[in-house]
Design a protein around this ligand. Structure first.
Ligand SMILES: NC(=O)c1ccc[n+]([C@@H]2O[C@H](COP(=O)([O-])OP(=O)(O)OC[C@H]3O[C@@H](n4cnc5c(N)ncnc54)[C@H](O)[C@@H]3O)[C@@H](O)[C@H]2O)c1
Length: 271
C-alpha cells in the first residue's frame, strides 16, 4: 500500500517490537513509512531474545531499552526520546504484555500472587506509569494520541487467557481514567485497540491459542484482523483524522465482538 504521509512531521515512541511477528513491529514500519520520526523501546532482555536492534537499524530509529516496571527507566526513556526526536511527542504505542501464571501454566484457580503482581505491573500498571511520566514531563503535544493494545477477554471469559483477562480489564480502565485527565488538561486522547488473536510470541504463549484463533476466524464476518491491518488502524488513530476519539476501547476484530453465531459455525453443529 502506498504511503499517504499521514504522520508527516509527527514524533512518537513505540513499545514492544520484539521480532517480525510483533504487532508493534508492523506499527513501527508503517509509522515510518507514513512520515513519522520514532523511538523504539523494549525491555533490556529483548536485546538478547529479540530483534528490536535490527528494526531500529532498518528504520534509522533510536532504540532506548526500558523495563516498563521501572520508574527510572520510564523517566529516562521519555526525556531521552524528546531529546533525540527534537521536541514533544505526538503519539505513543504501548504494546506490552506478559503473564507469569499463564507462562508457568498455573490454573486460574491456583494463581501465584507474586506472579500475578508482576503480570499486573508489566501488562497494566505500566500503562499508568507511562502516562503519568508523560504527564509530569509535559511530554505530549496538544491533540496527541496514546494507544495500548487489549483483548476481548477483558469483557468475556476465555478460560485459557487466565489473569491476562484481568490485566486487560485494568488496562482499559486506566485508558478511560487517564484519558479524562489528559483530554481535559492537555487535549490528548487515550484509547485501547482490542485486537483479534494474532500469531505472535505473546499470543502463542496462551494455551489453546490455535483453537481460539481458528474459532475467532470462523466467527468473524471479516475473519481475524492481522497485525498489518492492526498497524493501519493504529496509524489512523495517531493521525489527525481521529482527533475527537478518546477514552474508547475500539474493537479491531473483523466483527467478532458483535457476532452471536456465524453460518460457518452453525454448519459445525448440524445434528
Ligand atoms: N497476539 C495476540 O493474539 C494479541 C491479541 C490482542 C492483544 N494483544 C496485545 O498486543 C500487545 C503486543 O503483543 P504481541 O502479540 O505483539 O506479542 P509480542 O510478544 O511480540 O510483544 C510483547 C512485548 O512486550 C514486551 N515486554 C514484556 N515485558 C516487558 C517489560 N518488563 N518491559 C518492556 N517491555 C516488555 C516484550 O519484550 C515484547 O516486545 C500486548 O499487549 C498483547 O497483550 C495481542
Amino acid at each position: 500500500m502506498s504511503s499517504n504521509q499521514l504522520l508527516k512531521g509527527k514524533r512518537g515512541i513505540i513499545f514492544g517490537a520484539l521480532n517480525e511477528a510483533s504487532i508493534a513491529w508492523k506499527v513501527a514500519e508503517l509509522c515510518h513509512a507514513e512520515g513519522a520520526q520514532i523511538v523504539l523501546t523494549n525491555a533490556p532482555v529483548a536485546a538478547k531474545v529479540g530483534q528490536t536492534g535490527q528494526l531500529a537499524e532498518k528504520l534509522g530509529a533510536t532504540l532506548i531499552y526500558a523495563d516498563v516496571t521501572k520508574m527510572d527507566d520510564m523517566e529516562n526513556l521519555i526525556s531521552q526520546s524528546m531529546e533525540v526526536l527534537g521536541g514533544k511527542l505526538d503519539f505513543v504505542l504501548h504494546s506490552v504484555g506478559m503473564s507469569l501464571n499463564v507462562r508457568k501454566k498455573n490454573a486460574y484457580t491456583d494463581s501465584n500472587y507474586d506472579y500475578m503482581h508482576t503480570t499486573m505491573d508489566i501488562s497494566a500498571m505500566s500503562f499508568h506509569r507511562l502516562m503519568q511520566t508523560l504527564w509530569k514531563q509535559d511530554a505530549m503535544n496538544e491533540w496527541g494520541s496514546i494507544l495500548a493494545l487489549s483483548y476481548i477477554a477483558a469483557q468475556r471469559i476465555f478460560p485459557d487467557y487466565g489473569e491476562m483477562a484481568d490485566a486487560k480489564a485494568l488496562l482499559e480502565s486506566f485508558s478511560r481514567s487517564f484519558g479524562y485527565h489528559f483530554g481535559k488538561a492537555k487535549k490528548v486522547r487515550v484509547n485501547t485497540i482490542s485486537q483479534s488473536p494474532t500469531k505472535t510470541t505473546a499470543g502463542s504463549g496462551v494455551g489453546g491459542f490455535d483453537s481460539f484463533f481458528n474459532y475467532a476466524d470462523k466467527m468473524s464476518p471479516l475473519g481475524n484482523a492481522d497485525s498489518e491491518s492492526c498497524a493501519q488502524y493504529c496509524v489512523s488513530m495517531f493521525s489527525d483524522y481521529t482527533r475527537m476519539v478518546t477514552m474508547q476501547n475500539l474493537f479491531h476484530d473483523g466483527g467478532f465482538s458483535f457476532t452471536g453465531i456465524s453460518t460457518d459455525f452453525m454448519e459445525t453443529f448440524k445434528d
